[in-house]
Design a protein around this ligand. Structure first.
Ligand code: NAP
Ligand code: ZN
Length: 347
């Protein structure tokens, strides 16, 4: 099927219209028309080749919501017209211990990413959600609960699951003390989800400007990370801190905020971290961890949780041809709190 999307041809070129083919349906494939696609900071990182493993042309987009237009002969779970979603993965080996546990994001043979990856069968490049149509195997398609507004649900597919998963892994619930570093796309979802689980939530931001927003999103308070006095007062007062900062930074000042056995989980920056002082780790039995997205079953659990709790991202809708400006604004942290592309604007 011929479709249209927006691609970057090189790490230095802006995104521009790009015509390409989606594969003919395999028996277990679902075809969908994409209605909305969220704009993740990872899209910007990969379009600019910040991580050094991008292949071009690249069609970003892994926060995808759409409607089923066609199903393969063996598809059981979906029918034409269903509201569906796709996140960061479109395939995995399905056989290893991690896949069998429903942790496809940790597949021993590496999952296939929605874009900037290779199809497991044809080895053709995968292209993401900044496009009109998508074909994905049934096992990697999520169901969007009726209660969720389709125009706002897209960011749940990456920002939502990437913050939901560590909250679940570290057993956050009523009474947990959770810190969230960086109030952006992932950060604002971390606040809403942690508050929805009953935790006491603190935003750690570079400036006090976002305090009113932080409280409105469900946080109990905002701590300005450059305020040395306030940081000192907050020592040993968190069970879990989720770090969403997208650039290289020193995590030491945040480690000291963890209580005994507390964990700082990095979901943001992918790359070197500055040299760490081991003292706070050793003396406080604190942990530094990482976490990638979440499995398919957990992603469905998160969508259902959001539907039950009426949790949705704060979105700013843009047209497809506004994407380059949106990237620039995202780089300046000028987004409250997620851009979503209305794919009806692309023809
Ligand atoms: P975003 O919307 O741009 O938010 C990042 C936030 O970090 C900003 O709002 C800002 O918050 C803070 N920040 C930005 N620049 C900073 C700097 N120079 N120093 C300190 N703080 C800074 O980005 P996002 O979409 O949430 O993504 C965040 C990161 O997560 C990206 O690196 C992305 O690639 C990564 N990611 C990882 C996964 C995964 O599976 N682990 C999934 C998705 C995304 P304040 O203004 O409040 O300080
Ligand atoms: Zn993402």
């Amino acid at each position: 099927m011929l479709t249209i999307g927006y691609a970057a041809q090189t790490a230095k070129s802006p995104l521009a219209p790009f015509n390409f083919e989606r594969r003919a349906l395999r028996p277990n494939d679902v075809a969908m028309e994409i209605l909305y696609c969220g704009v993740c900071h990872s899209d910007l990182h990969q379009a600019r080749d910040d991580w050094g493993f991008s292949t071009f042309p690249i069609v970003p987009g892994h926060e995808i919501v759409g409607r089923v237009t066609e199903i393969g002969s063996a598809v059981k779970r979906y029918k034409v017209g269903d509201a569906v979603a796709v996140g960061c993965m479109v395939d995995s080996c399905q056989e290893c211990d991690q896949c069998r546990k429903g942790e496809e994001q940790l597949c021993r043979q590496a999952n296939t990413q929605t874009y900037n990856s290779r199809d497991r069968i044809t080895k053709a490049p995968t292209y993401g959600g900044y496009s009109k149509h998508l074909v994905v195997r049934e096992e990697f398609v999520l169901r969007v609960p009726d209660a969720l507004d389709l125009a706002k649900a897209a960011p749940l597919l990456c920002a939502g699951i990437t913050t939901y998963s560590p909250l679940r892994t570290w057993n956050v619930g009523p009474g947990s003390r959770v810190g969230v570093i960086g109030l952006g796309g992932l950060g604002h979802m971390a606040v809403k989800l942690a508050a929805g689980m009953g935790a006491q939530v603190t935003v750690l931001s570079r400036s006090p400007d976002k305090e009113a927003d932080a409280l409105a999103l469900g946080a109990d308070n905002l701590l300005v990370s450059s305020d040395k006095e306030a940081m000192k007062k907050a020592a040993s007062s968190f069970d879990l801190i989720i770090d969403t900062v997208p650039v290289r930074h020193d995590v030491s000042p945040y480690m000291a905020l963890l209580d005994v056995d507390g964990t700082l989980v990095i979901v943001g920056q992918i790359g070197p971290i500055d040299q760490q002082l081991t003292l706070p780790f050793v003396l406080g039995r604190r942990r530094l961890a990482g976490s990638p997205i979440g499995g398919i079953a957990e992603t469905q659990e998160m969508l259902d949780f959001c539907a039950r709790k009426n949790i949705l991202p704060d979105c700013e809708m843009i047209r497809m041809d506004e994407i380059n400006e949106a990237f620039e604004r995202m780089e300046r942290s000028d987004v409250r709190y997620r851009f979503v592309i209305d794919m009806a604007s692309l023809s």
